[in-house]
Design a protein. Structure first.
Lengths: 415, 139
C-alpha cells in the first residue's frame, strides 16, 4: 500500500468546480468540514444531471421512443460504471440502485433477513455500527427470533478481532460491519471479517458509506457478499445509493418492493420477477441521480482514489495533531495512520458539542455535532455527543487552522 | 470580531455557569424528567406548589447538557416562581425564546424548550391529564 509518491492534488483547481465553497455568511467564506454527512457536488456532476433534464429526460425501460432509449441507456450504463468502479466483475447485475445506504441495508434485511433468519441464527455487528445497520438488524432480530451480537471496540477505537473470532461461530448467519466508522474514523479489517464469516458459512455485509468516497474499494478483493454506499457522500447527488451483491446471492433473493419495472410476467393470480438488477428496482428509479452518480465516479477516478485517500489522511493527521497539541481536546478513534480515514471527532473540555458547533458556525465553519447516528458507541465513549470534522478532496490545511483557531472563542465564552 | 454568536450573550452564559435553583427539592409536589436525544441534554424539574395547589412556590432543576438547555432551565426556574400552573401550561416556545432574550437558531430550539416541556408535562401528569414516564423533544 505505498502511498508515498503520489502527485499531490491541485486543490485550488478542484475547488473551482465547487461554487458553493465560495459562499460567504457574514463576510466569512464557508469552511465546509461536514463531508461525512454529505459532500459537495462538482460542476461536472451538476451539469450531467442538468443535461439529462434538458435533453433526454424520459422514463426508462418501457419507452420505444428516442428519448426513452437514451434515458434507458444512460440509466443502465450507470450500473455498469459503478460496477467497474468497485470491482464487481458481474457488472450491472450485481449493482442495485437504492435511495441511500440505509435503504440498501433495509433491502438486504427485508429480502434476505426476514426470509432466511430464525431463532437459531445470530447476526454479528460491531459496536461502531451506524444506526442504519444497528436499528435494522435489531428489528429483524425481533421479528425472526434471531439474536444480535456486537464485536467490541477497544480503547483505541479499533475492533477487538479476538472478540470477533469468539463471536463469529457456526450459528452466525451474517456479519455486518462498517468499512470506515463515521464517528471514530477507524478503517476496519473488512477482509478479515469477511474471511471469518465465510469460515463459518455466514454471509458478510459491509457498510461502505464512509469508504467508497474516500479510498479505493474492490468488493471482490474484500470478498464481501454485500456492500453498500451512497451517492451523496462521494461528490454525487442525493437520492441514490448502491447495494452490491454477489450475483448468485441476489438471484436467490426475493424482492421486498413490488411494482412495475421489476416483473417478467403478471397475471391476475401471480407474477414472476424480471432479471437482475431490475427485480430489486420497481417503480420509476432515480434516473437523473444515476446519471449524476456516473459523472461523480468519472470525476473521482480522474483525480484518482489513491490520491484522494492520501489527501484526506494528510488532513486527518494534521487535524489530529493540531487538536492534540491544544491540550484540552479529547479526540476519539485511532491515532493517524493507515487505518484511520479522513475525519476527526472530538470534544473541547467544558464545552458541550452543540455549543462548540454553534460557535464554529459563527465562523462559518460547518462541522457536525451529535451522536452521528452511533448512540450506543457514544454511550460507550461516555459522552452524549461529539463534534466531528470530516474532510474531502477540496479541503485544505488552512481550513483546519481556522477550525483550531475557533476553539479559542469557545474557551473564552465558557471560561 | 464580536465574541461568539448572539446566542451566547452574557445572560445565557451566566445562567449556564452559575445555574439558579440547581438541585432537587426535598418534598416536591411533582417531579418530571425529560431529554433531548439529539443532544444528550437531560433535565429534571422539581415543582413545589403552594397550599392553594395552584401557585408555584419553588422550582428546582438538575441534569446536564448544552448551554442553551441548561440556561433555559435556570431562567425558567426563576420565571415560574409565583406563576400559576395554568400560566405554566399556557407558555409556548416564543415565551421561552423571549425569556432567553436571544435569537435561537432553528436547530437549537429543541434545546431551548426542553425545560419548559418537562415542566408542562410534569404539571399535566400531576393533574392526571397525561400519562408518560419521560418527556422527549422528539415526540
Amino acid at each position: 500500500m505505498s502511498q508515498q509518491n503520489l502527485e499531490a492534488l491541485d486543490v485550488e483547481a478542484i475547488r473551482e468546480e465547487f461554487p458553493i465553497l465560495e459562499r460567504e455568511f457574514d463576510d466569512q467564506q464557508v469552511v465546509y468540514l461536514d463531508n461525512a454527512a454529505t459532500t459537495q457536488t462538482p460542476d461536472p456532476v451538476v451539469d450531467a444531471m442538468s443535461d439529462y433534464y434538458r435533453r433526454y429526460n424520459s422514463n426508462v425501460h418501457r419507452g420505444i421512443h428516442h428519448l426513452s432509449q437514451e434515458a434507458s441507456e444512460a440509466y443502465e450504463e450507470a450500473h455498469d460504471r459503478v460496477a467497474e468502479f468497485i470491482g464487481a466483475s458481474g457488472g450491472r447485475e450485481e449493482v442495485i440502485f437504492t435511495k441511500n445506504t440505509t435503504e440498501s441495508e433495509n433491502l438486504l434485511a427485508y429480502s434476505w433477513g426476514l426470509n432466511e433468519l430464525g431463532p437459531e441464527d445470530e447476526v454479528v455487528l460491531t459496536e461502531m455500527e451506524h444506526h442504519a445497520s444497528l436499528v435494522t438488524w435489531q428489528q429483524i432480530a425481533m421479528r425472526t427470533g434471531a439474536s444480535v451480537e456486537y464485536i467490541r471496540v477497544d480503547e483505541e477505537g479499533r475492533l477487538d478481532m479476538d472478540h470477533a473470532e469468539e463471536l463469529i461461530t457456526d450459528e452466525t448467519a451474517l456479519v455486518s460491519a462498517v468499512h470506515v466508522s463515521n464517528t471514530l474514523g477507524t478503517v476496519n479489517p473488512v477482509s478479515e471479517l469477511t474471511d471469518l464469516a465465510h469460515e463459518h458459512d455466514a454471509l458478510s455485509f459491509i457498510d461502505g458509506a464512509q469508504a467508497v468516497p474516500n479510498q479505493p474499494v474492490d468488493v471482490e478483493e474484500i470478498d464481501a457478499d454485500f456492500y453498500a454506499f451512497s451517492g451523496h457522500k462521494m461528490a454525487g447527488p442525493t437520492g441514490i445509493g448502491v447495494l452490491y451483491g454477489k450475483k448468485e446471492l441476489l438471484e436467490a433473493m426475493e424482492p421486498y418492493l413490488y411494482g412495475g419495472g421489476m416483473i417478467r410476467k403478471v397475471t391476475f393470480e401471480e407474477s414472476t420477477w424480471g432479471d437482475l438488477p431490475w427485480k430489486f428496482e420497481p417503480g420509476t428509479p432515480p434516473i437523473a441521480e444515476a446519471v449524476g452518480l456516473h459523472a461523480a465516479v468519472d470525476w473521482l477516478e480522474e483525480i484518482g482514489m489513491d490520491r484522494i485517500r492520501e489527501h484526506e489522511q494528510d488532513l486527518a493527521r494534521y487535524a489530529y495533531e493540531r487538536l492534540e497539541d491544544e491540550g484540552d481536546v479529547e479526540i476519539y478513534g485511532p491515532e493517524p495512520g493507515p487505518d484511520r480515514g479522513g475525519l476527526v471527532s472530538f470534544n473541547l473540555e467544558n464545552v458541550h458539542a452543540h455549543d462548540l458547533t454553534s460557535i464554529m458556525n459563527d465562523h462559518t465553519i460547518a462541522v457536525r455535532a451529535g451522536d452521528h447516528c452511533t448512540q450506543p458507541l457514544h454511550d460507550k465513549l461516555g459522552v452524549p455527543a461529539s463534534t466531528r470534522a470530516s474532510f474531502y478532496v477540496y479541503n485544505t490545511r488552512e481550513e483546519v487552522d481556522k477550525l483550531v483557531a475557533a476553539l479559542d472563542d469557545a474557551r473564552q465564552l465558557f471560561a | 470580531m464580536g465574541l461568539g454568536s448572539d446566542m451566547y450573550r452574557q445572560q445565557i452564559l451566566d445562567h449556564y455557569k452559575n445555574p439558579r435553583n440547581y438541585g432537587e427539592l426535598e418534598d416536591p409536589t411533582f417531579t418530571h424528567i425529560g431529554e433531548n436525544p439529539m443532544c444528550g441534554d437531560e433535565i429534571r424539574m422539581d415543582v413545589k406548589l403552594a397550599d392553594d395547589e395552584e401557585t408555584i412556590e419553588y422550582v428546582a432543576f438538575s441534569g446536564d447538557g448544552c448551554a442553551i438547555s441548561q440556561a433555559s432551565a435556570s431562567m425558567l426556574s426563576g420565571e415560574l416562581k409565583g406563576k400559576s400552573i395554568d400560566e405554566l401550561l399556557e407558555m409556548d416556545r416564543d415565551d421561552v425564546i423571549d425569556m432567553l432574550g436571544v435569537d435561537i437558531s432553528p436547530m437549537r430550539v429543541k434545546c431551548a424548550v426542553l425545560a419548559e416541556k418537562v415542566a408542562q408535562d410534569g404539571a399535566e401528569i400531576y393533574q392526571g391529564e397525561l400519562d408518560k414516564d419521560k418527556t422527549t423533544t422528539e415526540d
